[in-house]
Design a protein around this ligand. Sequence first.
Ligand code: UPG
Ligand code: MN
Length: 879
Amino acid sequence: MPSPATGGDGAGLAEPLLANGDGGAAGQAFCSGGKDKWQWVPADEGEEEQGRPLLYRTFKVRGIFIHPYRLINLARLILVIQFFIWRIRHKDSDNMTLWWITVVGDFWFAVSWLLNQASKLNPIRRVPNLELLNQRFDPQAADDGDQLPGVDVFINTVDPVDEPVLCTMNSVLSILATDYPVDKHATYFSDDGGSLVHYEALQETAKFAAVWAPFCRKHRVEPRAPESYFEVKPEEEAPYAGDAAAEFVGDRRHVRREYEEFKEQLAALFTIIPQRSETYGRDVVAAKGATPTYMADGTHWPGTWLEPAENHKKGQHAAIVQVMLNHPGDEPQLGAPASSESPLDLSAVDVRLPMLVYIAREKKPGYDHQKKAGAMNVQLRVSALLSNAPFIINFDGDHYINNSSAFRAAMCFMLDDRHGEDTAFVQFPQRFDDVDPTDRYCNHNRVFFDATALGLNGIQGPSYVGTGCMFRRAALYGADPPCWQPPDGRSKAVMDSPWKQFGNSMPFINSVPLATQPVTPPASTLDERLAAELADVSTCAYEDGTEWGYGVGWVYNIATEDVVTGFRIHRKGWRSMYCAMEPDAFRGTAPINLTERLHQILRWSGGSLDMFFSRNCPLLAGRRLHPMQRVVYTNMTMYPVSAAFIFVYDLLPLMWLSGAEFYIQKPYTTYVAYLFAGIAMMEVSGMVEIKWAGLTLLDWCRNEQFYMIGATGVYPAAVLHSLLRLVGLKGLPFKLTSKPQSVSGGAPRERFAEMYEVKWSPLLVPTVVVMIVNVAAVGAAIGRAAAGGWSFVQLVGAAGGLLFNAWVLLLLYPFALGIMGRWSKRPYVLFVVLVVVLAAIASAYLVLLAVFAPRSVSPVWMERWSVVRAIVSPANWRI
Ligand SMILES: O=c1ccn([C@@H]2O[C@H](COP(=O)(O)OP(=O)(O)O[C@H]3O[C@H](CO)[C@@H](O)[C@H](O)[C@H]3O)[C@@H](O)[C@H]2O)c(=O)[nH]1
Ligand SMILES: [Mn+2]
């Protein structure tokens, strides 16, 4: 395959991109603990005195926040215990079955609250010191010992339409242009769709990168994903950071034009490829009854045919591994001066591009390809044979690098003298671009990424969340961390019977011990033998009978590979680090359509339960797992179970409809008082959490709301899924998350158009039922109260119950908006409908009472009723 030009030649230049690589922002963040982070105080002063260079600094929450926070939670714990003692002593209810259900339910809530809270009692922030890193790993002064280590970058995609190809290629561009030594990182693009569109788009991208990457380096622009870069309004732009200010405007205009052209080329691929195939394939079609897909040079594309044919269809084709950009060599290359062809003066810019490899692993019918985990394990082996960097960072196709210092930031943790060696991965938060300003579907997950993750950071480290995470290769291979290695220094786990563990490729096995070495070996040159080996490690059969997917690589047989893979590493005793930077390290796109979002939560919660009922159950882990970390993982895997109880509780209001007096627990007022106190304390604790984590009230409400929305429909489905699996069935099918199409290069669409789309799915039904039940309960209670004949105590009881209903409805509010579709642009419609429906139910209920239980209705109403009845009674109808 012809490989696109890598740019001009030239010689000898210190990499300009390194000179001042980290930029000022991160430096400031280091001093103060970040913008607006007055809640945090340094926690590592002692360590500084020991004279070690601290590549990152540690901060803990200021006492004025954390002490009250812990105190409230202690008080709540006492209250909860007291509550149960009280309940057990007062076994008094109108229905003992319900009493038992609620005791068990309340107990489960208390436990899950405790598990959840436990993870957040010691939050820690860590801020990388990029300046120090750059000093220590200064390329000018460097001899071999002091170079930044290599990083292999994995990026995954499946479908050029569902995951718009322009978005994916933007991510690739942001990686190719990132601020890390060009010869020290290599990108492995996994195309699980085996699509020629991806392949040719990647070729175009490599060509465009020859302009884009040098432009970014020359002017030090951010972010380095062109779509996002050109979207920034001039007034929001960061101050110019390069050293050719005079040329900036002209260069930018030129690159922008090239980018527009590049976009058109990508969009055209969808028509060019079918057209080309038709032209080439005219005679073949009749003979084979299918249209092969042709590459530009007239050969068949093995990935897929336009019409499927044996061994050439989606899901059935040989492996394709293609080096698109070769390893650039370690000598910098200056670009060409401005010319009539290219007005961009690159004579002082290193124009090399990092290595870029296209992979479509073999697909065969009948094989379980293990989705993303399977794809990444192939990337792991292919990269081992080509560049074998000791570090790996992985991205979903829709996540791009938003802050070019991110790789260096991760290195601050990996290379630090304190815990660096025992750190298996550095997780960055997931941030999203396309979410609506109110974050209706809680896509930002702020409570998790700004509070929980910091809590985990204070224990053994954050869990792995699937993207934007830098790994130590050895940890993925199943090695032990140095702190748990036997004194002879060699990790037994890795080298006992390597075939059984790693499969039959000798070159791969030989690469394993090298992966732990700090200095990357030069990338292998691609000869025939290597090409054959690459194809071999990308076959389906390669992993048969090995440890891949169990003890080695990303974990298999689970709806989500992320948390469980992180867990498998933690249980070996490794730690992980959390790194939230400003500006955000990476950004991606989130599903902003309700149904997509629910399917995503379903996959996550289903995966969690899968994990609990697997060999990776947190309760089964050995002593290397920190006790608190075990608690955290137990919570992370068991949380969907609560839904079973929540669902019952949400339906309890049905009892209002019976009209009779009914108490789950007597004395009822004490019961209610306990519940209110418990809930109130939880809310107060939440408010303190908002303060130390720097969240907004809205972030926090969204979190509560989405928990409830999940708990009514999705989590019960997840429980069902794991029950199905427990009895040996397949469980629920999980689908790829579709990404918003607005960036796919077509006509500009309305902003957040996706949010207003309603796609019905069985998953929506239970939540709708819960909503109806609660609305009906409120209506009925109003009718009942209006009918009169309730004592004061009964009224108070009813008011408490109504408050519960109203609370449930408030929590389900985003869901209600979601199923309103475009109407939700005018939320007041919802309230009008609500009032009308309530009035209707209340009157209907009143009528029912008047007909069936006239004695429970006050005489005033009965009088009116007799008038109405007189009118509607058929006996009085005269024709
Ligand atoms: O057969 C497959 C299926 C998916 N993917 C890739 O996996 C990534 C994530 O899949 P997606 O359907 O987009 O899931 P999301 O819900 O967007 O992803 C979240 O949830 C996943 C776990 O379920 C994590 O792996 C992700 O990192 C996290 O962002 C995407 O890049 C896909 O291209 C593959 O490579 N092969
Ligand atoms: Mn995604």
